[in-house]
Every structure is written in structure tokens, then in C-alpha cells.
Design a protein around this ligand. Sequence first.
Ligand SMILES: Cc1cc2nc3c(=O)[nH]c(=O)nc-3n(C[C@H](O)[C@H](O)[C@H](O)COP(=O)(O)OP(=O)(O)OC[C@H]3O[C@@H](n4cnc5c(N)ncnc54)[C@H](O)[C@@H]3O)c2cc1C
Length: 308
Amino acid sequence: MAIVDRALVRLLPAVPKPVVRRISERYIAGEELDDALRVVRRLNAEGKMATIDVLGEEIASPDEARAIAEAYRKTFEALDRANLDSNVSVKPTALGLKLGHDLFRENLESVVEHAAERGNFVRIDMEDSSTTDDTLGTYRELRAAGHENVGVVLQACLKRTIDDVRELADLKPNVRLCKGIYLEPPGVAFRDFDAIRASFLQILDALWDAGCYVGVATHDEWLVEQTRERLTERGFAREDYEFQTLLGVRPALGDELVAQGHRLRIYTPFGRHWYAYSLRRLKENPKIAGYIAADTLNRLLPGRNGSA
Ligand SMILES: Cc1cc2nc3c(=O)[nH]c(=O)nc-3n(C[C@H](O)[C@H](O)[C@H](O)COP(=O)(O)OP(=O)(O)OC[C@H]3O[C@@H](n4cnc5c(N)ncnc54)[C@H](O)[C@@H]3O)c2cc1C
């Protein structure tokens, strides 16, 4: 399967842009903030929360990073005006992490402050392992500066994550736990599917033991089931946790969670860089190309259930 996935990715640049757009449509709200607001409004009406991601590609200058921060500030203002239930997710490199610590911190802090003024929250996405130390370090700095409305993402595929949980425990961080999308060297990451699942559950338990609020971000039904069992064992109330999924991915699973009374937040990307974003995400992890190809096929073939 891995060979097929890689072949699909190699073919992508040859696929006409309108076709990539049609495929991406399901996973990306659109090009403009208004597109994201429209999607969030629909999600809210379905009893789901959202987190908006402003797509920023390959930030090359401090001005571009500042423009992304400004786009997030505008997003909070629009969410507030429209009274929508959504926070935001920011990519550290889009806010300038690779261009200098001070720039990144300044941009991130301005977004976090803007959110706080509106009683909202900022999730710092986690990118590849070359960014983990800087991302967690800056998170710690913001917390030390008194900012409470900010959270991080931890990746179950990274071998270091269980130690990161111990190191962060004194802060009781608000954490999104996911498997991790980046292809990492075997030295730093688990590669085996079951090892990543086992790590996910070990980290989830460790976070809950430390009293953390966790957004459980997965479409893996087995992990969702394991999480549900743990929620019952721990006697958690509805507001003590949330599930999270990506826009357009396994919607039937999301609907089932909502119908069962769980809180669900949908990751909702928007922006003009949708094409570069789609290609980059697919190249980062060819497995995703396989998912999308299978999913698209499912929807095209009559009689197959592509709604999940
Ligand atoms: C809300 C949210 C936020 C995330 N934030 C980050 C982050 O900050 N950093 C990071 O490294 N990773 C992030 N991820 C991605 C995550 O790390 C995984 O790569 C991704 O969720 C796939 O893993 P899975 O747990 O769903 O399990 P898998 O076993 O990989 O997937 C289970 C099933 O879900 C479907 N599926 C999963 N992903 C897709 C997709 N993209 N398109 C189509 N179908 C799919 C497939 O049918 C697959 O069989 C995030 C994921 C979610 C849900």
C-alpha cells in the first residue's frame, strides 16, 4: 500500500488544479474568512465546535508571519461578532518560528492576548520534530507570563512525548493529543501502527492522571472506543474533555460521538494557500493520499458507504 500511496503523491502535480480543488473542497472551508465562518455556523448548528486554521504556506519573511498573526486577530473579531463557537489553531512556522524566537513569541502572544480579550483560546499546532523544543519552550514562556488561554499539541508517535508530559505536568497544560502527521526518523518516532496506538493511550492516561484537559484528536475507531471506556471508568463529565476530528474526515464517526453526548471540535482550515497546503500535506504523509483516494473512490462507487 505504501508504494501505491507514494505513486499517488508523485502523480499529484500532474493532476489539474480544479481536480485537486474538488478533492480538497471537503477538507478545506474555502479561501476566505467568510467561507470558514459559514462552515463553523453549520457545524455549530449540528452541535459541533470548531477550531479555525488560517493556512499559511512557507513563510519566508517576518512581514508574512505578521500578516498571518493579523489574519488570526481578524478571525477572533469575526467569531466574536457572529457569536460562533470556535477557537483557533496556529502553526508555529506560519507565525515565524523558523525566522527567530522573538518574532514567533511576539506574534503568538499578540494572538493569545487578542483571544483573551474575547474570552477565547489558542491551540498551538505541533509541526515536525525539529520544532518541538521551540514550540513547547515558547508555550512555557507564555504560561509563565500569565497566559492561561493557550494550549499545545502532543504527538503519540514521538518517543519523547511521555517525558514531555512529565515535564509539562506542573502547568496542567490543555493538550490536543494526536498520532502525529509528519514522517519522522525512526530514532525519534514509533513507526509501528500498534506501537503508536499504545503510546497514544499511555500518554492519554498520563495526561488525565496529571489533571489535564485533553482534546482527543483521532479518527481511529479503536482509539475512540478505548477513550470512551476510559471516560466511563474515570467518571468524566461532558465538559471534562472533547473529541476532535478534521473537517471532512469520517463525518459519520463525528455524528455518532455528538449523538452520544460527547463534545466534538472540528479542525477547519481556510485560506488562499489551499493548493500548496493540500500538496504539502499529501507529500508529508503519502498515507493521507491513500486515504483520500480510497475515500473518493468510495463516494464514486454506488453502493459503497463513503460517508464515514
Ligand atoms: C483535530 C486534529 C488536529 C490535528 N493536529 C495535528 C497537529 O497539530 N500535528 C500533527 O502532527 N498532526 C495533527 N493531526 C493529524 C494526526 O496527527 C493524524 O495524522 C491524523 O489524525 C490521522 O491519524 P488518526 O488518529 O485519525 O488514525 P489513522 O489510523 O491514521 O486514521 C484512521 C482513519 O481515518 C481516516 N483518515 C485519517 N486521516 C485522514 C485524512 N487526512 N484524510 C482522509 N481520511 C483520513 C482514514 O479512513 C483512516 O483509516 C491532527 C488531527 C486532528 C483530527
